[in-house]
Design a protein around this ligand. Structure first.
Ligand code: ATP
Ligand code: MG
Length: 601
């Protein structure tokens, strides 16, 4: 047996890998301790040396189904942790007191697991909720006030906006900025104790109202909001702002590399400011986590905004979150994309620091590369027309074969996989009546056309060579059947079969043993490559032909297909038995991707 190739070596480097490798080399985080669970500095200090070489996290808000952009983030965070002896934490960012929807939580956990990742490591389940840290966040806020680093501002929202300034104009100090520490502390406790109305005051970090970075102009870190939280109930009527909560979540969890998308770049100075202050105060472990930004994924012909995907579902433009045209992880899964293909895709697109659009064809290519060596082959006719072998019965009779139920049938076979003999063969019949693709016949062949036209010879794959006679049409001119004669002694796999050279090979199934199947031919969800980037309403950019349902005939080996099983339909591409609707006796297949890239054409 040869050793498996080192997976690591085949992964392209990127700026994040370089940062991590440098940190590991320099031992940046080597001295840190881990309490066995998220904790403050003192508690971590009493723990063991952190067994994880690095810690990353995937922190979704449980407010929708994950999409392909999240898949990139999942592959990145979990993948890097895996590659560098680290762990990735599964964390729900539930600091907003909105109702957490169990449906979303379940689907998110399911998506991460399906993609091939988990959060159990070193005997611990690294599954966390940001709301578990509310007590610490409150304590840290009081610390900031006591250190003269935060104050309660009671300006109106309007005044606050006005005094913030803008890009060209520095902000103006709030009159409350200079109030005493004691007064701020008292007012903050009043906020907490429900003595102030929603919106009457906020706690702000005291940094620099003249900073060129508007995020550093005394950002709000706590607001009053009377809302019941799914986890903490009515304990709190004040909630931390995301920009304040996120760095603290990372710090308590000992995260080393906090990866986020580029729009958070301007937040990084505050992230560092806050963690510097809190570690100076001895509240959080040192050295503290670092934030690194990467470009979010934009994929052509789809959209990646949870809110807009929800609109497609709510307005019934698609059949649900798992509609196979949806770029949600449940949609991709039902369409037939495999976890491996999505991981491969994420690896190929890499991570960069500048926004760009990735061609949808890249995802399909990853799917083909994953499935080509794995998927069983099958023949299917998607737009069927009958082919009649006019001399078949005579040939069979002359050879002394017996007819069953008036039909002469012959056995044919084909490999399950052309490059893996051990997977055996598929068996099917050949007879007088076959189904072929309507597009495989022309009265007058266009230039370069090698398939059926009067006088031309083609090979029926795994069957015989035939010579076309012509076609029978109905009164509307539509072809009802194509006629051909079989050329004797040309059966595939028999001696001398290839004596007659033909240019065209076509696929087929026999009328006698083919199965009728519903085949769903999916196309781009949007008609334009970059939907939702202009003034136009994105709904007007939907592709009206994104789904075509056809009744096809498929070879009998597919009778045993299981839901979610993938196949290559020869010549047509990759198909999956629909995980919801496919059933024995009622086959339903989805087209995942064609044999070749047609996205750019
Ligand atoms: P949306 O805007 O679609 O609601 P979000 O960023 O608000 O997405 P979160 O639940 O906060 O959704 O995202 C969880 C993680 O996934 C975050 O770390 C976020 O940066 C990342 N993420 C979200 N969208 C993308 C994307 N298109 N490409 C890469 N990463 C993404
Ligand atoms: Mg978000």
């Amino acid at each position: 047996m040869t050793a498996a190739p080192d997976k690591e070596l085949s992964k392209p480097s990127n700026f994040l890998r370089q940062i991590i490798e440098r940190d590991l080399e320099q031992g940046t985080y080597a001295q840190r301790h881990w309490a066995g669970q998220p904790a403050d500095a003192a508690t971590h200090e009493q723990g063991v040396p952190d067994p994880a070489k690095i810690r990353t996290r995937f922190p979704p808000e449980p407010n929708g189904y994950l999409h392909v952009g999240h898949a990139k983030s999942i592959c990145l965070n979990f993948g890097l942790a895996q590659d560098y002896g680290g762990v990735c934490h599964m964390r729900f960012d539930d600091t907003n007191p909105e109702k957490e929807d169990q449906e979303y939580v379940d689907s998110i956990l399911d998506a991460v697991k399906w993609l091939g990742f988990g959060w159990d490591a070193n005997g611990t389940s690294h599954y966390y909720h940001a709301s578990d840290y509310f007590d610490f966040m409150y304590r840290a806020a009081e610390y900031l006030i006591e250190a003269g680093l935060a104050y309660v501002d009671e300006q109106t929202a309007e005044e606050m906006r006005h005094n913030r300034g803008d890009f060209g104009k520095p902000g103006t100090d709030s009159p409350y900025r200079s109030r005493s520490i004691d007064e701020s502390l008292q007012r903050f406790r009043d906020m907490r104790d429900g003595k102030l109305a929603d919106g009457a005051a906020v706690l702000r970090a005291k940094i620099d109202m003249a900073s060129p970075n508007i995020n550093m102009r005394d950002p709000a870190i706590y607001r009053i909001r009377r809302a019941t939280h799914h986890n903490t109930g009515d304990k709190w009527c004040i909630y931390p702002m995301y920009t304040y909560a996120h760095p603290i979540e990372d710090a308590l969890e000992n995260i080393t590399h906090s990866l986020c998308t580029l729009e958070f770049e301007d937040q990084r100075p505050f992230y560092d400011w806050l963690l510097d202050r809190l570690s100076e105060g001895g509240l959080i472990n040192k050295p503290h986590p670092r934030q690194y930004e990467f470009a979010r994924l934009n994929l052509t012909y789809v959209i990646t905004s949870k809110r807009k995907l929800k609109q497609l579902v709510d307005d019934e433009h698609v059949s649900g979150w798992d509609d196979p045209r949806m770029p949600t992880i449940v949609g991709l899964r039902r369409r037939g994309y495999t976890p491996e293909s999505i991981q491969l895709f994420a690896e190929r697109i890499g991570v960069t620091k500048s926004d760009s659009w990735i061609d949808y064809g890249t995802l399909d290519q990853a799917l083909r590369d994953d499935l080509d060596p794995k998927a069983a082959r099958a023949m299917a006719v998607l737009d069927p027309v009958k082919l009649i072998i006019t001399n078949w019965d005579q040939l069979m009779e002359d050879a002394g074969h017996a007819a069953f139920d008036g039909l002469y049938l012959d056995d044919c076979s084909a490999p399950v996989h052309p490059h893996d003999e051990s997977r055996g063969v598929r068996n099917f019949k050949f007879g007088k009546e076959l189904w072929i693709e309507r597009s495989d016949y022309e009265d007058v062949p266009p230039k370069g056309y090698n398939r059926l036209f009067p006088g031309n010879k083609v090979r029926l794959k795994y069957g015989h060579v035939i010579e076309c006679q012509g076609a029978v049409r109905d009164e509307t001119g539509q072809v009802v059947s194509v006629l051909a004669d079989l050329v004797p002694d040309t059966k595939s796999g028999t001696p001398g079969a290839s004596a007659i050279k033909v240019k065209g090979v076509i696929t087929w199934v026999a009328v006698a043993d083919a199965l009728k199947a519903e085949v769903r031919l999916y196309d781009r969800l949007f008609a334009v490559p970059q939907p939702d980037t202009t003034e136009k309403d994105f709904l007007e950019e939907l592709n009206p032909d994104s789904l075509k349902v056809v009744t096809a005939y498929v070879e009998p080996s597919l009778a045993s297909a299981k839901g979610d099983e993938k196949f290559q339909f020869e010549r047509h591409g990759y198909f999956v038995a629909d995980r919801k609707d496919h059933a024995e006796g009622k086959p339903v297949f989805n087209r995942v991707a064609g044999m070749k890239d047609s996205w750019g054409k």
